[in-house]
Design a protein around this ligand. Structure first.
Ligand code: OXD
Ligand code: MN
Length: 603
């Protein structure tokens, strides 16, 4: 754990790469006058710096080196047990008016919040080192790329940001060349890692973030959820692009025809697995490649298509359940250069988690640092334990991942974790209907955020915890984007998680999802049959290639693709209730689409 680790003093040539940009210098000076660190460490992202920081982090017990033969270049970090997930109730959007943040966000008045945070940050870094991390989000030569600076007193944050972003001199250079001078100010302090003093605050108008009291990735790697999604979505609306909680993958046919697809699923619904999918034997010659596993920034290209970049440089994935069965490419990616958080440590310096291939170890140290055996009641790894790994480790990384203009998107997929109601897949009739399908997305909750697990909650476009402004305005921005596209992507909705009467999943998921993806690609190419149902175009069983998929009987297939009127009456009521909470900003098109579905059901 890195709570209150004392200051570290680098030798000359490390930590002294201070930029000359006056605004950055003034801001760092101001924060240091408030937080009173013992020293300031200017990060440059170099190998030399990283090696030195890793030594210090080990000496301070912040990370532990893992077995070099089994997991070269890999480390384990344990977070404070009270600090293992995002905290949505303490995540604030601080816009001048409450209305701008909208009813789905926790709003706080900016001036009052700054005052409160300044009070909390007074002297917060005394006796400690303040790190300044310059980073960019996006490929170095993309017009979408954004510059950020994060100040932190956590060495774990520095080590993680080096994996998750393009960090160091590249950001300083980009800022020097920038025409609009736009850059994000992020301040993070662990304080005393006290849940009572934990706040993740966003100031979209100031392009600023202040996060205190947590050391958990989603709350403190300010590049990711805070900048790339919450502030990003706010900037995207102003600047006419889209910042979305979506993976991006490439699908290449044996003939070499390639499509790119972006997909939004709520946290811990298998985005990383889907982004690295290995097609089953039946699809020999098909290739899936990854552009990104969590976030997509998309803009309209000169040809009127939607183009996407992945702003990140690494993956911050959920570990439990990752195995050679569920995601062989992730397993290969995390064999080296990986920073693990809150997994179990085996006696030979390897890592273990529930759902890993093979038998559990007979003895391990669990994520809390306690002795663990298979008889223990506690989990060995926390359900939201994570890996942070550079994307270049991914064996199926797409060759165009660094392309500044991005990759053209043929299809957008929305999906959630639903035991019933939602068929395996359907296609929206058009862009507006697709926006409604995204706006009404719902999912059963998981361990990626604190709170009850397993309850259905509406999570429009998987952005409920990440939209930095009013959700109704966000839907409007989506609605406006469609007509600006000459050749818009088709929009689909999937559900890998439907269950039968026995409570078991009906669809095997993982690599077999290729079969559904193939149908979507067929639809993009003007092929692929479907039935027009009240909720959209649903494939008939014969439209999906399920050859070789023995575990799915014709009855199961029929159940998976069924659209049941009684379930949908309930669903439409749930949608209505959600829409009602969005108040006057909800675009009328959303209720109109809902009414059309009801009318198609004849109600
Ligand atoms: C994540 C999340 O960590 O969505 O990606 O919670
Ligand atoms: Mn996510």
């Amino acid at each position: 754990m890195d709570n209150l680790a004392p200051a570290i003093h680098p030798p000359s040539g490390i930590g002294d790469n201070q930029p000359t940009h006056q605004e950055v210098l003034d801001w760092v000076h101001e924060v240091s006058m408030l937080t009173k660190p013992e020293n300031i460490f200017w990060c440059d992202g170099s190998e030399k710096e990283n090696a030195w920081l890793l030594e210090q982090a080990q000496a301070q017990g912040v990370v532990q080196k893992l077995n070099e033969e089994k997991l070269p270049g890999s480390y384990l970090h344990r977070s404070n047990p009270n600090d293992v997930a995002r905290v949505e109730q303490f995540t604030l959007i601080c816009t001048p008016t409450k209305e701008e943040a909208g009813p789905t966000n926790n709003w706080a008045e900016p001036a009052e919040t700054y005052a409160k945070l300044n009070e909390m940050l007074k002297g917060a870094m005394e006796g400690r080192t303040m790190f300044v991390i310059p980073y960019i989000m996006g490929p170095p030569d993309s017009p979408l790329t954004k510059v950020g600076f994060e100040i932190t007193d956590s060495i774990y944050v520095v080590l993680s940001m080096r994996i998750m972003t393009r960090m160091g001199t590249v950001a300083v250079e980009r800022l020097e060349k920038s025409e609009n001078g736009e850059w994000n100010r992020g301040v993070h302090s662990l304080l005393d890692v006290n849940p009572e003093r934990r706040l993740i605050c966003h100031f979209p108008q100031d392009n600023a973030i202040i996060s205190v009291g947590s050391g958990y990735g989603g709350n403190v790697l300010l590049s990711k959820k805070c900048l790339a999604l919450r502030i990003g979505s706010y900037l995207a609306r102003q600047q006419g692009w889209l910042a979305e909680h979506m993976l991006i993958l490439g699908v290449e046919s044996p003939e070499g025809k390639k499509h790119y697809v972006a997909a939004a699923f709520p946290s811990a619904c298998g985005k990383t697995n889907f982004a690295m999918l290995i097609p089953p034997a039946r699809f020999e010659g098909w290739k899936i490649t990854t552009i990104g596993d969590d976030i997509a920034w998309m803009q309209i290209g000169g040809d009127g298509r939607l183009y996407a970049v992945n702003p990140e440089n690494g993956y911050f994935g959920v570990v439990p359940g990752t195995s050679y069965k569920s995601n062989p490419n992730a397993m290969k990616s995390i064999e080296r250069d990986t920073l693990y958080t809150n997994v179990a440590l085996t006696d030979d310096g390897d890592v273990w988690w529930e759902g890993k291939d093979g038998a559990p170890p007979t003895h391990a140290i669990d994520w809390r640092g306690n002795e663990w055996t298979p008889e223990s009641k506690e989990k060995a790894a926390h359900p939201n334990s994570r890996f942070a790994v550079p994307m270049r480790n991914n064996p199926v990384l797409d060759p165009d991942v660094e392309k500044g203009e991005g990759v053209p998107i043929s299809a957008i997929i929305f999906g959630g974790r639903r035991s019933d109601t939602m068929p395996l897949v359907f296609q929206a009739f058009d862009w507006e209907h697709g926006v409604y399908a995204g706006a009404t997305m719902a999912s059963e909750t998981t361990a990626a955020a604190t709170g009850a697990v397993g309850q259905v909650r509406r999570d429009p476009m998987a952005m409920l915890p990440f939209c930095g402004y009013n959700m109704g305005q966000y839907f409007k921005h989506w609605l406006k984007t469609g007509p600006r596209l000459k050749n818009p992507p088709l929009i689909f909705h999937v559900n890998w998680f439907r269950k039968g009467a026995d409570g078991k999943f009906l669809w095997p998921g993982f690599g077999e999802n290729m079969r559904v993806l193939k149908w979507m690609i067929d639809r993009c190419e003007g092929r692929g049959g479907a039935n027009e149902s009240p909720i959209g175009c649903v494939p008939r069983p014969e439209d999906l290639d399920i050859e070789g998929l023995k575990e799915v009987s014709p009855e199961t297939m029929a159940e998976l693709l069924s659209v049941k009127s009684d379930e949908w009456q309930k669903e439409l009521e749930g949608q209505q209730k959600f829409f009602d909470t969005l108040g006057e900003d909800l675009p009328p098109e959303m209720n109109a689409q809902r009414d059309k579905v009801a009318a198609r059901f004849g109600s």
